[in-house]
Design a protein around this ligand. Sequence first.
Ligand SMILES: [Zn+2]
Length: 465
Amino acid sequence: MELNLSFVFVFVSLSFFSFLHSAFARGGLQSYHTFVSPEVLENGTYNGHTRRLFLKDQSRRSVDVAKGYMTNSDLEAAVKAFGKRCSNISRIYSIGRSVNGVPLWVIEISDKPGVEEAEPAFKYIGNVHGDEPVGRELLMLLANWICDNYLKDPLATLIVESTHLHILPTMNPDGFSLRQRGNANNVDLNRNFPDQFFSMNNDAFAREPETRAIMEWSSQIHFTASASLHGGALVANYPWDGTQDKRREYNACPDDETFRFLASVYSRSHYNMSLSSDYPGGITNGALWYPIYGGMQDWNYIHGGCFELTLEISDDKWPPANELTTLWKYNRMSMLNLVLSLVQTGIHGRIFSSDSGGPLPGFITIKGINYTVKTSRIFADYHRMLTPGGRYKVMATVPGYGSKTTNVWLEEAAMTVDFVLDPEATPKGNLLRSACECNCGSLSRRIKYNLSKQRQLGPKRPVAL
Ligand SMILES: [Zn+2]
C-alpha cells in the first residue's frame, strides 16, 4: 500500500511546496536575525544561536496573550467533539491528569483505533511548556485535517491505514492557564525526565504527574518515533541533548545519521525552516545548540525505544491567534511527512519461529550502530528507522534461537525484511541452528518484490524533498 502511494505522495508534496512558496509572502527569515540578550534566556549556558524564549512585545502580556487561543475547556471540548465526529477512525483516551487535575487527553487516529496491529505508532506532544501554545492548536488542526481528508487525500489515507497516530495536544494544561513555562509546581517538564548523565530525576516519587503520565504511556504503547512541539525558535532539534561534562558541543547519539535525516524531513517539508541562516538545513544537535538535562527526547530514545525530535515551530511563543492558520500551512506537510516517514522509509518486518510458525518477539540490531530496536510483543513486528541510500547489515536475535543476519541495500523507499529463526536446540539436545545466515525463502522474495516495485515507480526522491 505504501509503495503504491509513494509516488503520489512525493508528487503531492512537491506541488504543495510550489503553492506555498508562491502563496505566502510572510517569511520567518527576517526574524532569525533578531537577537535577544542572553540574560533573558532560560539557562546560563546560552552563547550561540538566536532563541526567542520570551515575548518580543512584552506589552501583550498585560492585554491577553491567549486571546483567540483555545482555553483548556475549549480544548477538551474540541477533543471530545473530534472523537464524536471522527469516531470511525479515532478514539479518545486520557493518560493521566495534571497537578491541578486537568485530564491529559489523547486522540488516537487509525483505521483500527485501540487495536494493536503490526504497524508503527507515532506520537505528537504539544504544549510541553505552558507558554508555548502554538503546538496544541496545530495538533487539533492536524487531527481534523486527517479526518476531513481520509479516503480523499493519499497522505491522510496512508496515515490512517498504515500507522497509529497518537496526539496529545497539551502535556502542560496548568502551565498554559497560568501563562508560564513550568507546570503548576513551576517545574520545567522538559527537565524532569531521568537523564543519562546526571541522577537528579531518578527519584520516581518526586517526578511530576505529567512526566509520569508520559513515561507510563510510553511503556504501554510501542512508539517508533515521536515529536514534541515547542516555540521560541524555528529549528528541528535531535539527540543528544546533553554532554557528560556539560560543555556545549556536538554530541552524536548512535543513530545520529538517522536523526539528521528525520529532522531534515521536517525542516525541508516546512515553508522556511530549512532556509535558516542560524541552523544549517534548519536542524540542530541539542547539545551543540545548548545542553539540557532531564529532557524528554533523550529519554525516549534510550528508554522508550522511540526516535523523538524536539520541534521549535514558531519564533514567537505567543503569535497573535490570527497567525495560527498561516503557521498551520507552514507546518502541515512537515507534520504529515514526519509521520509518513515511518512507512515510507526504513526497514520493517517481523520475526517468526521456524518451529511454530508464530511471531517471535525479539531484537533488531544494525551492524555499526550501538542501538537495539525491540519488536512488538504480540506480532513481533519491528520498524527500524534508517537513512535511505545505505547498505545495512540487519541482525535478528531472540534468546533461545539462532540469530540471523542479512545485508540490505536500502533505497529511498521502505523495505520489508522478515526473519524466521530456528530454536537453538530441541528438548533432546539436537542442535538446529540454521546454516543460512542470509535471506531465506519468502524473505528473499519479499525483498525482490520491493525492489521491483521501486523500479516500477522510477527513481525515488527522499521523502518530501
Ligand atoms: Zn519549549
